[in-house]
Design a protein around this ligand. Sequence first.
Ligand SMILES: [Zn+2]
Length: 220
Amino acid sequence: MAPRILLGVLLVAPAVIGQTASPQFAKPTVGLILTFQQQPAPAFARELRRSVDEVFRPAGLGFHWLTDLKVQPGTYDRAIVANLTGRCDPRRMDELPATSHGRLQLGTTVVNDGEVIPFINLHCDDMARVVSAQRAVTPNRLQLDAMFYRVAARVMAHELMHALLKTTDHRNTDCARAPLRAADLMMNAKLQPSEVAALREIGRAWHVKLAREGSPAAGQ
Ligand SMILES: [Zn+2]
């Protein structure tokens, strides 16, 4: 899940880059725009949202889940585009060969000219391959489906940490670890207190900046 340079993505949806300042919201807000390469499972977006919101709840950031790339400037403190490749559906496990999780890049965050920018990619087919490899130890279908949703939420939380904190760093915590461990497939991710503090700090900084400037700024 190491970030990599994907210059081409810079051409996508320039209108959403540089969202700053959301005077209408009491707490720091992030517009999270999902774009799907293929139609996902009906439950996918709901499960992803539920799990990712749960991970970030202690950080006090309000995620607004969107599917439209056209976001009015100034609506949210930050906007992040999440591009989901492959088919985000646990049934995909039945169609793809199983692969060990250490060999696949399940997500990426875009880095341009050394700066982390708010575009993340989640690779659903590779997540399906990783979960499919667990069939031998977890034959129960419902548990495998839950594992697929859990992995998707973990990968998204990981890439969001890169995008929100604008860092390429990895650490040995649930949301900053790369690659995932087999044990991570069994447990929901949780932020560490230091990560909660760092996210709360950037949220505070967004609103302090807004108060100083008095109006939404462009080009962040
Ligand atoms: Zn990473």
